[in-house]
Design a protein around this ligand. Structure first.
Ligand code: BG6
Length: 310
């Protein structure tokens, strides 16, 4: 079990408690009036979210049954918080992929009930010695997760360094779907960078929905609007809205890459789809000293029999 801290001496609000997950990893279990959720201190990772209405009884987030729960390793599924680099680090390929925030223990700063009955949890991360030796800047990450009818995740980066810092970040959201081969995504059109197989090919997707027929790994630079997952078999839509994010990443490993991932079941790829709210690549954030950057993703589900979100 990793060491973890709580900065908050206040009691947890009703419906929120600490519990032990696999291998003793501590997590907050939240049973709110509109939804249930689980959030690990490891990586501040939201690992489960199911609203009481709109989701047709399926969780919104995918979690791999083969995820390892080991210190220094990421959890496979939910919403890994990616910071301060995305993918492999260009100048140091041996550095952990997707940065260090997802493999650090975060501290609970507060857990409260909002005026509309949602539960709001705030977790914080400051750089330890190991973090600073890999990325020599001072910062504070503050991550507020609100569990209501929607899941609202807001990541704030404060630059505490005397110089400007440049970083990438993403809320690497794994959505649960009935079968990737039968779902479509609306709202992601225009130019994208196809990164399948380590390439960086510039391509373009027209105005229609995206269908999935093979490994998909794309960065949509300049994408600032909503995306909608349409899942007819589960009779629901998932809507992803965001702010402070200038790029969206779309990913499914498909069969061959899934087999190469030790912490992911060979047969799990049809059950997930990542739509990642981020600032990556040329959209990395430059933040002057003392400034705060805020990026937010809001996800909710709607039953397919209702009005289709556009
Ligand atoms: C996605 C990347 O964001 O994350 C993919 O676009 C990558 O290229 C995937 O394979 C998973 O990364 P990891 O480090 O969690 O295995």
């Amino acid at each position: 079990m990793p060491k973890s801290t709580s900065r908050s001496d206040s009691p947890l609000p009703g419906g929120v408690r600490f519990e032990e997950g696999p291998k003793g990893f501590r997590r907050l279990a939240i049973h709110g009036s509109d939804a249930e959720a689980r959030i690990y201190l490891h990586g501040a990772q939201v690992a489960h979210f199911r609203p009481h209405r709109g989701a047709r009884d399926h969780p919104l987030l995918f979690m791999s049954r083969q995820s390892c729960f080991d210190t220094g390793q990421p959890i496979r599924g939910g919403v890994p918080v990616i910071f301060p680099w995305f993918g492999s680090r260009r100048d140091t390929p041996s550095a952990p992929a997707h940065g260090l925030a997802r493999i650090r223990e975060w501290a609970l700063e507060s857990a409260t009930q909002t005026s509309d009955g949602a539960i709001a949890v705030t977790l914080v991360l400051e750089p330890d010695e190991g973090f600073r030796s890999a990325w020599p800047f001072d910062f504070l990450l503050r991550y507020r997760v609100e569990v209501g009818a929607a899941l609202t995740m807001a990541l704030e980066v404060t630059n505490r360094s005397p110089q400007c810092i440049r970083f990438e970040e993403a809320l690497h959201t794994y959505f649960a779907v009935s079968d990737i081969r039968h779902v479509t995504v609306d709202g992601l059109h225009g130019p994208y960078v196809d990164t399948v197989g380590g390439r960086r090919d510039l391509k373009e997707h027209g105005p229609g929905p995206i269908h999935f027929e093979a490994e998909t790994d794309r960065i949509y630079p300049g994408h600032r609007s909503r995306a909608v997952i349409r899942d007819p078999a589960w009779e629901r839509y998932i809507v992803v809205e965001k702010s402070g994010s200038d790029a969206t990443v779309l990913w499914n490993p498909w069969a061959v890459k899934a087999r190469a991932m030790p912490d992911f079941g060979d047969d799990e790829w049809p059950s997930m789809l990542c739509i990642e709210t981020g600032n990556v690549g040329d959209q990395a954030v430059s933040l002057p000293p003392g400034q705060i950057h805020r990026m937010q993703a809001v996800i909710h589900a709607e039953e397919a029999s209702g009005n289709a979100p556009s």
